[in-house]
Design a protein around this ligand. Structure first.
Ligand code: ATP
Ligand code: MG
Length: 320
């Protein structure tokens, strides 16, 4: 099948190992085979915070991260929400296709509300999954490489596509999510590794910074290192991070450490992460800000062209 791939990230901070194993690795692998769109979801930043923060700096950081992991802007259309007003126009009919009850019971939205620092939950928090449906459907995306937290949103997109087609005639494909092996990478506190939860290892962090982050991770006082996700989740999580970076089973790493205790475990994890990220960090330094912004401008232009075509089709189907 000839897929069209779409994924994206919020410009809320530097990309981390969770992004790499949850999504970026798949993107890099797919870019040679299928047309791909990568979205910088700037409007989605204000779902769970009052202000967008230093959004320009974060956008530049994302672009550098993308190029560092090997995304090629000649093959991939990289664009940002705010450059494509047609996306917002698509969202309006889409919002009319889902019920308030469906918007309120989205488990990822509930989790994000629980972790939000906002005193009052805003309307965008409930409607952004529909915005995301517009992000995926504007380019008739069929394959969405994401982490596990995004599954409810992809389900919402399928629902929107199905209902639109039923109501107005066949316009949209029903996209599928593509989960990777590391589809939910945990952070140094045991929760989902997230840019905004202070528990992440950024791809762009320095080697000493990485060592300091891992040093702070919680473990236990047993000398013998074993891989037991139920009984020793903190140790298991560190072993899993190393396992992802080394491409070796976590049990084998535990056996190797044996009676070395937390210190040997952390040393192994730090080396594994730093070795793994070294070429990525090197490539990141090879790109200039001018270069990545030129790539974004070209991506915005291509994405907008595509969005205008789809919006025309949608309006025609709705007899507007
Ligand atoms: P924020 O804390 O600002 O929400 P985030 O770290 O959750 O940031 P997003 O920009 O929301 O990152 O997510 C971008 C993509 O990365 C999504 O496809 C998401 O599923 C994936 N992703 C994010 N965190 C992880 C993780 N810990 N493990 C696997 N995939 C992840
Ligand atoms: Mg998130």
């Amino acid at each position: 099948m000839q897929h069209i791939v779409l994924t994206g990230d919020r410009p809320t901070g530097p990309l981390h190992l969770g992004h790499y194993f949850g999504s970026l690795a798949n993107r890099v692998a797919l870019q040679d085979t299928y047309p791909m769109y990568v979205l910088i979801a700037d409007y989605q930043v204000i779902t769970d915070r009052d202000r967008p923060g230093d959004i320009q700096r974060n956008v530049t950081g994302l672009l550098l991260d993308y190029l560092a992991v090997g995304l090629d802007p000649a093959k991939v259309t990289i664009f940002r929400h705010s450059a494509i007003p047609e996306l917002n126009q698509l969202m309006l009919p889409f919002l009319s296709l889902v019920s308030v009850a469906e918007l309120s019971r989205n488990p990822t939205v509930k989790d994000e509300i629980a972790h939000s620092s906002q005193r009052a939950v805003n309307g965008l928090m409930f409607t952004y999954p529909v915005h995301q449906a517009a992000d995926i459907l504007f380019c008739k995306g069929t394959l969405v490489p994401v982490g596990r937290d995004q599954l409810p949103h992809v389900e919402m997109t399928r629902l929107v596509a199905r209902r639109f087609n039923e109501r107005y005639g066949e316009v949209f494909p029903e996209p599928e999510a593509m989960l990777s092996d590391g589809s939910l990478v945990k952070g140094l506190d045991g929760g989902k590794m997230s840019k905004s939860r202070g528990n992440a290892i950024p791809l762009s962090a320095g080697e000493d910074e990485t060592a300091a982050l891992i040093r702070k991770a919680r473990t236990d006082s047993e000398r013998l290192i074993t891989f037991d996700e139920q009984a020793r989740p903190e140790v298991a999580n560190l072993l899993t991070l190393a396992s992802l970076c080394l491409g070796r089973p976590p049990r084998e790493l535990a056996d190797e450490i044996g009676y070395g205790g937390a210190a040997a475990l952390k040393r192994l994890v730090t080396d594994a992460v730093n070795d793994f990220l070294r070429p990525i960090r090197r490539r990141r330094r090879e790109h200039t800000e001018e270069e990545v912004h030129a790539a974004l401008a070209e991506g915005n232009r291509r994405a907008r062209e595509r969005a205008i075509t789809t919006l025309d089709e949608v309006r025609a189907a709705m007899k507007f």
